[in-house]
Design a protein around this ligand. Sequence first.
Ligand code: FAD
Length: 287
Amino acid sequence: MKTAELFNQKTVLSYEVFPPKTTDDAHTIYEALDGLRGLCPDFISVTYGAGGGTNCAKTLDIAAAVKNQYKIESVAHLRGLDLSKDEVLHIIGELNEKGIENVLALRGDAVQDTVPTGDFKHADELIAYIRAHSDLNILAACYPEGHPESESLAQDIAYLKRKADAGASQLITQFFLDNEDFYGFLEKTRAAGIALPIQAGIMPVTNRKSIERMVKMCGIKLPKKFMRIMDRYEHSPAALRDAGIAYAIDQIIDLLAHDVDGIHLYIMNKPYTAKRIYEAVQNIISA
Ligand code: FAD
């Protein structure tokens, strides 16, 4: 199924997982998927090369397992920066063979040990290429606080419009910690003529070091309310985890009350976190 069709029927809930770094850890992804199975995902998306490494095969294998073994709709992430046009054609063939109907088309970031091919300088070029050569449903990324390389949010939204015009049919946001940033972004995107469904990306924060690293990388604002929690509980892992989960639940309830198109949970392969959040919001999301 093309995941864009889901938005006509319901508030969409999806989870994002990543392929384990080493073959020794291969089993951990299946443990995570086992844990997510009962949490009614509308789809599960599988990252590609996030945080380094460019083994696209792992992404496709996991996305195929989600779809064919777990019987859950899947989305495979693709990163254009280090792919050639021929490689993308080959991947499209593999996606068709494996029955995967959805891709999240990204530019990606330059990573060590890889040389950009130059075929896809920005995500809109990859989206247009996939659109011209396949019937796949294409998702794209967007940034409520603006992409860190952008001069302004307005400029970033102008480029986002190119991704929509090139053939994307749904969007997922970068995570954010202040819902007001998302509401402001939504208003500006609609005013720019982008009518695609937009899922709000929520990251349950359970570890101070990792959030600080990501905030630096992604240029995310840290609200005072959030920092008070980090400061108060950073040395009590269980308390920090529970407070991080509660913060995410609070964000999601507010987003649902604003009739958000969908929620995308960056669960970092931790089904326990997803379970706690799902149990807290399941009646609200379906109301
Ligand atoms: P683009 O849309 O190309 O945007 C990048 C920058 O260029 C922006 O500043 C934009 O304003 C500007 N821009 C866009 N189009 C043009 C144009 N035509 N001309 C000039 N400037 C332009 N990374 C991974 O490596 N693997 C993953 O699996 C992954 N999954 C992600 C999932 C989500 C939901 C999100 C939000 C991000 C994900 N990322 C992933 C991170 C992503 O690769 C980075 O944020 C990257 O820096 C930008 O990718 P993009 O597709 O948004 O790029």
